[in-house]
Every structure is written in C-alpha cells, then in structure tokens.
Design a protein around this ligand. Structure first.
Ligand code: PLP
Length: 448
C-alpha cells in the first residue's frame, strides 16, 4: 500500500523503509511502464538545508530558482523559510504565488529587461543586483527606490560553468560605478559575487569576500550604508560531495572581514547544492546496435535510451556535467564487458549521453538509473523530435515528514481519508489500504 501526501503541486508518496532504488524498481514493474521518469526525494532537500544551517549558520540561503523550478522544490523551500534568487519576472511571480514575502527575494540578474524591472517595482520586490552603468540608468527610470547590490567579478579558475566573462564589474572598476549610482540618487545596500557554478576550489571565497570588504569601504566613503553581503553560488551538490571545505573557508573569511556583530547580513544563492542529489532519473534502453570487427567479433555496443541531450541530459552540453549510469538490475560482474556508448532518442548525431564506458551485454528494455540529476536538467530540457519530458514522482521519507511536522508545527498537516492524525494514517498503511494524505505547507515560515 502506498501512503501519499499532497503538495499544492501534486502528491508525494511517503516512504517507510523503501529506498529510492526500491521505488524505481517498483515503478518499472508497472504494466506498460517504459517512459523515462524522475524520482525526487524531498528528504534530500530537507537534509541539505539542515546541513547548510549547521555548517554556514551566518549565511541565509536564497535558492537559485533557475537551477530547478519544480513546484514541489519551491514549495518545500518556501516552507523551510529560505529566500529565493530570481532571474526574471516569471520566477518572481512563481515565488510570490507561493505566498513568500517580497523581502525573501533577490532579483539577481545584473542585466534585466525593462519590463521585468517595471514588474519588480509594481510587485515591490526591491532587492536586486547590477554590474553596469546602463542598468543603473534603467533602474533609475523604472524603480529608483530599489535596494541595489553591486555584483563584482571574482572567478574560480576551474569552475564547471564560469560566469565572470558575462557578469560582474572588476573590483578595480566598482568605485566608478558606485559614483554613478550616487549621482543618480540610488540606494546601494550591498555587494554580491558569484565565483562560478561548480566551483572546484573553495579557497576562492576568501579572495572574493576580501574584495567585497574593499567595495563595502568604497561604498561607505561615498555615503552609502551597505549592510548585505551576497556570496552567490558555486557550492557542490552531488551525493558524494561535501560542504565542509567550502564552509570552513567561507566562515574563516567572514570572521576575518565581516565578523559577527558587524551589522552585515550574509546571504548566498545556492542552486546546485540544494537540488542535484534529490533527483534520480530512470531511463529505458529502447534500441541497441552491436558493432563487429571484420572477423565478426563484437567490438562495441551502442545503446539508445529514451532521454538525451535535448531532454534532461542537456546538462552535458550546457552545464558541462559528467553523467554516470547505474544498472537497475544487478548483473553478474564476471560476465564479459564490452566497450559501450549511450545515445539519446532523437535523430541528431549530437545526441550522445556517454561516449565510452564498459558494460555487460544488456537487452532492450533494461533500465539505467542516473543519480544526481536535479541541477540544470529538467528546467532547460526541450521536447525536440517530439520526445516528452520525463514525469517527476515525488517521495518523502517518513522521518522527513516527522521533522517537517516538528519544525514547522501547525504549518504542516497530514490527513488520510477520514483519519484525524498521522497515527491513523500509518494504521491505514499497515492495513494495506489505499488513499492519499494532504501535506499543507505554509510559505510564511521563517528561516532560523
Ligand atoms: N546566482 C546566480 C546569479 C547564478 O547565475 C547562478 C547560476 O548560474 C546561481 C546563483 C546558482 O549557482 P550554483 O548552482 O552554482 O549554486
């Protein structure tokens, strides 16, 4: 029997002992199930936020919506009280519709269309970044009361997705930009940076925070009263990665340049960190081609699966991700392995997911599972050649449910058919009844 809870966005299955792999196996056994699908683990996101609070207690996360805007992700973060980094008016509207207060949004796109600025003004979302003079003139025209955060350029040399070539004023040029803001009578409240997404070397945050301190002093000298430091994104998010080293370097730099009690609020814009490991993708082998040498011996196998670089695996092209499949059915490792490649379902030769790996001989219909697929995947996927996007199945471990109930108090509730409380819901579970329960989360929660 499955116990479910409803988010605004849909229902979620509550897990007791089952693992994500169990859930995937069960789903693939359903009659006619052949389409690719995601399993999203709400517990993973809740755990990420818990770890963040523990390791970076002075830094409030403003989740970067661009990374994965699945409604349940946004809803659960709204309930946990995080802030949100929005890049456009659509993202701002999505967050406000959840009942999140404007003060929990930063419009963190330094080059905003005028219409989006006008909407930010109308919706009273004042906090926003800038990094160039044209933007200041635009802001002066459309939203002169905005609270401005100057984005400076500090680059991690080996970032998976560098951003500095597009955004951020060089620290040496920031003074002139601040002077323009002052001439226009604008209100600069802080300094931001983004060292690059998938930052490989966390020592860069020391340099970035040190540069930010310098810009704070320049802003103060011009008569501004900056009180917000935004340390951007760049944090790792896979299940095998750790926040420890990042937290250590950031906390050390904050203690040095912005010690506790200095009156500066510190925020960050994590995307990848929050969602990467919460999403697991399951794909099906829909076709295969065996390649033989002149003597007729098998040299390699080409597998075709039902999601590719035009779909969820666009992360290979746009986000420079390395993806690694796991076979859903365990196979005898002693059986011969062959050089194999994995391809997406479209008619384009570019649609290659894995160029070379060693696999046993697999039949059509076999399932391949791809962990850590939550960041920059679904959000930028298309339906080229008419292949639909995978559906997302949401699961929530029972212990996560209890945690939400304990920490969000009256802000969450679960009901099961006629049941009044959770014990009754679980009693139904034990009696193998069918039905759904409702989880109501309140976006008015405060992050603390
Ligand atoms: N903030 C801004 C302005 C970004 O452009 C990005 C990613 O491109 C993020 C935050 C999220 O970065 P990450 O996923 O590395 O945490």
């Amino acid at each position: 029997m499955k116990l479910e809870c409803n988010f605004f966005a849909g229902s979620a299955r509550i897990l007791n002992e089952e693992t994500i792999t169990d859930v995937i196996k069960e789903k693939t056994r359903e009659f006619g199930q052949e389409d690719p699908f995601f399993v999203m683990d709400v517990g993973d996101i809740v755990q990420k936020i818990k770890v963040w609070k523990l390791k970076l207690p002075r830094v409030k996360p403003f989740y970067a919506v661009k990374c994965n805007d699945h409604p349940t992700v946004l809803e659960i973060l709204a309930a946990l009280g995080t802030g949100f980094d929005c890049a456009s008016k659509t993202e701002i509207q999505k967050i406000l519709e959840l009942g999140v207060d404007q003060s929990r949004i930063i419009f963190a796109n330094p080059c905003k269309p005028a219409s989006h600025l006008r909407l930010a003004a109308k919706l009273q979302v004042p906090l926003m970044t800038f990094d160039n003079e044209t933007e200041l003139h635009k802001i002066s025209a459309y939203y002169p009361e905005a609270k401005l955060v100057i984005r400076i350029r500090v680059d991690a040399p080996d970032a998976q997705c560098p951003l500095g070539m597009k955004f951020g004023v060089l620290p040496a040029d920031a003074g002139a930009l601040l002077a323009t803001a002052q001439t226009l009578g604008l209100n600069v409240v802080g300094v931001a940076f983004h060292v690059g997404s998938g930052c490989g070397d966390s020592t860069i945050y020391h340099e970035a925070i040190s540069s930010a301190k310098m810009i704070f002093e320049e802003a103060e000298a011009l008569g501004f009263s900056p009180h917000l430091l935004d340390i951007g994104g760049g944090f790792p998010g896979t299940s095998s990665s750790s926040l420890d080293e990042f937290a250590e370097n950031i906390n050390k730099a904050l203690d040095e340049f912005f010690p506790e009690g200095c009156g500066v609020e510190v925020i960050a814009e994590p995307g990848r960190y929050v969602v990467a490991s919460a999403f697991t993708l399951a794909t099906n082998i829909i076709a295969k081609r065996e390649v033989n040498d002149d003597a007729g011996s098998l040299t390699s196998v080409m597998y075709y699966i039902n999601d590719g670089v035009y779909g969820s695996f666009n992360c290979i092209l746009y986000d420079h991700q390395d993806v690694h499949p796991v076979m859903l059915q365990e196979r005898n490792n002693k059986k011969p392995h062959f050089t194999s490649s994995i391809w997406g379902p479209t008619c384009d030769g570019l649609d290659q997911v894995v160029s070379k790996m060693s696999l046993p001989r697999l039949p059509c219909g076999e399932w391949l599972v791809w962990p850590d697929m939550g960041a920059y995947t679904l959000v930028s996927a298309g339906t080229f050649n008419g292949f639909p996007l995978p559906k997302v199945m949401v699961v929530i471990p029972h212990h996560t449910w209890l945690y939400l109930e304990e920490h969000l108090g009256n802000n969450v509730s679960m009901s099961f058919l006629g049941a009044q409380n959770e014990e009754e819901c679980l009693a139904h579970d034990q009696h193998e009844a069918e039905g759904s329960a409702a989880l109501t989360v309140n976006a008015a929660s405060h992050y603390s």
